[in-house]
Every structure is written in C-alpha cells, then in structure tokens.
Design a protein around this ligand. Structure first.
Ligand SMILES: [Ca+2]
Ligand SMILES: [Ca+2]
Ligand SMILES: [Ca+2]
Length: 321
C-alpha cells in the first residue's frame, strides 16, 4: 500500500471532513438546486458536493507486467495471483457488507490495461447474448474509466456478452473538441443525452452518450465456475478478465492530455462494480449494486466517486516470494 495515501495528515482529513459536513448542510438548504456551488472540472477532482466522502474513496496501486495474461477468463496467471486485490465490494449506496464476495485487480503494460474480477455467485445466471444488449438487466460486472471530460462504461454478464457506452460531459463536448471527432459527431447513430441514473442533479449536468461506440481492440473473457441457468447445483462464481488497449483508451486523455500509457505514479479514476437481479433478504439493506468504492446513491455515473488507481512501473514479479 502506498504511504502517500494512507498517511494523510490529520489536518487534511479534518479539512475534508468539515468541507463534507458543510456541503451536506448546503445541499440540505438548497433543496433540489445546487445554487452557486462552483464546479471546476479536473480529473483529480475533490468535489465538495459529492454524496461519497472523498476521504473514504479507495486507493489502489496497479503494477506493471512483462508477460501479458491469456485473456480466457481464468485468472490462473501468476501475475493475477500476485496482483493486489480489492477488498470485497460493498453496497453501492450504504457501503455495508454484502452477502457474496467480489474482488477486482488491475495490472498494466505499455500496450494494455488489464482488469480482473473474482465474483462469488451461488446461482450463475445469464440471458443476454446480443452485444450491447441491456446487460445490467442480468447479473453483471461493470467497469468505468474516467478522463477529465469523458468516461467509458463497460458491462459484462456470465455469458461474456458485453455492453459499452462512451459518455462526454455536455459542457465539454464542444470546448473539448469532441464534436469534431469521427466517432462523436452530432449525427452519430446511437448518440443520446443522458442525465445519470439515480443522481439526476449532478452539478456538471448532462452527458452525451454514444451507445454504438466500441473500444477498439478490447479483449474480454469470462470463466463460469459452475453451471449457468441451472440452479440444481450451487456454483462457485465467475471470473472476468479484460485487456483494454491504451491506444483506444487514449480518447479519454483528450481533456487533459494525460500520458498514454500512464507514467509512473499517474493516477486515474476507475469504478468497479457488480449488479445483481436479487437482493439479500431483510433486514440486510442490499441495493442490488455492490462496488469497490460506494457512491452513496444509486448511480454509477459519478467519476468523483471512482477508485483512485495509481500506476507503478514496478514489475509485479518483484513481489514473487
Ligand atoms: Ca487468463
Ligand atoms: Ca456500444
Ligand atoms: Ca448453477
């Protein structure tokens, strides 16, 4: 773990804490509107109005690899075994513990960002087989990657069917020059205005979503450790293995010209979650969405709540015993 993040001076914590409390006070007074709360978009933003406590957002160190994993959904490579794993995901809204374990890990090399999920699931289920179908209507696993002015959404179910959307903050669409790009023109098929899911009054406003967009060169695979759609047995779960080419992710760097691939100690914001079609029985408060970094509201589309992923040039094999 990184000292920089875990030895935060008390005074900083206190400042964040006070800002957070003041914000909640302000939000309460303002009701539905956000009045004159100023929003200054930056990729490393600490947004005062956010429903997630900024000082509680997880930090993760992503190490480099020399040998690319085989993208087959099986996380049996030594690299994945050595990679730091997230704590088990918590409820997206309440932050409370969940009935099944979920972990994620990130690795990288100069060509790809690699992401893995370990998903405990006693009854594997999937129904959607069409690419860009509404995967969130199945039990799914989701990945969001944020740039300064845009973010990428990825979903996958136990069949390995995927859903991808690229979102650009409307206020940055023209000023950021996205409107002149081939994939993001004003007449692009699958382009729609989007206002979040359960947190509509996001102060940054609307996004423009591009549902037909694909992350070129993306490789994804699922390993189902059990039987899908057969509840006569009890399954162990599923694992997800992803390789996302930096050359395609580079579109997220447009806002702030961040390095592609990242440099040592660069920090990106990413969100890791799963959504289930079931909920744990009461009295558990299970929203059905579980995440590495809880958001405090029913909405994934909040980059200011995403996990901090810090890239390290150190090779993961240095941790081999
Ligand atoms: Ca593999
Ligand atoms: Ca798509
Ligand atoms: Ca089964």
């Amino acid at each position: 773990m990184n000292k920089l993040f875990f030895h935060v001076p008390l005074i900083t914590l206190a400042t964040f804490g006070i800002a957070y409390l003041l914000t909640w006070g302000s939000l309460g007074n303002l009701g539905k509107g956000f009045g004159n709360i100023e929003y200054v978009p930056r990729s490393m933003d600490t947004i005062k109005y956010s429903p997630c406590a900024q000082f509680e957002i997880p930090n993760y160190q992503a190490y480099k690899i020399s040998n690319a994993p085989k993208i087959d959904g099986r996380l049996d490579e030594l690299e994945w075994q050595l990679a730091p794993r997230s704590p088990s995901f918590r409820d997206l809204i309440s932050g409370s513990g969940t009935i099944h374990d979920t972990h994620a890990a990130v690795l990288w090399d100069d060509e790809f960002l690699y992401v893995a999920y370990w998903v405990e699931e006693p009854n594997l289920q999937a129904s959607i087989t069409e690419r860009d179908g509404l995967i969130y209507q199945d039990n799914d696993v989701e990945l969001f990657i944020a740039g300064q002015d845009a973010y990428y959404e990825f979903e996958i179910n136990a069949y390995g069917t995927i859903y991808e959307v690229f979102f650009i903050w409307e206020e940055a669409y023209i000023t950021g020059g996205y409107d002149t790009m081939t994939d993001f023109g004003i007449d692009e098929p699958g382009r729609r205005i989007f206002n979040g899911v359960g947190y509509k009054p996001h102060p940054r406003g609307l996004r423009i979503g591009f549902w037909n967009w694909d992350l070129k060169g993306l490789r994804s695979a699922v390993f189902a450790d059990g039987t899908i759609n057969d509840d006569r047995d009890r399954d162990r779960g599923w694992t997800v293995e992803l390789a996302l080419p930096w050359s395609s992710i580079s579109v997220l760097a447009k806002g702030d010209n961040r390095s592609i691939p990242p440099r040592h100690k660069d920090i990106w914001r990413m969100d890791f979650s799963r959504f289930n079609q079931y909920k744990e029985a009461k009295p558990a408060k299970d929203s059905g969405g579980w995440a590495w970094s809880p958001h405090g509201v029913w909405d994934s589309h909040m980059p200011e709540c995403f996990t901090f992923v810090k890239f390290s040039e150190e090779d993961i094999m240095n941790f081999k015993k």
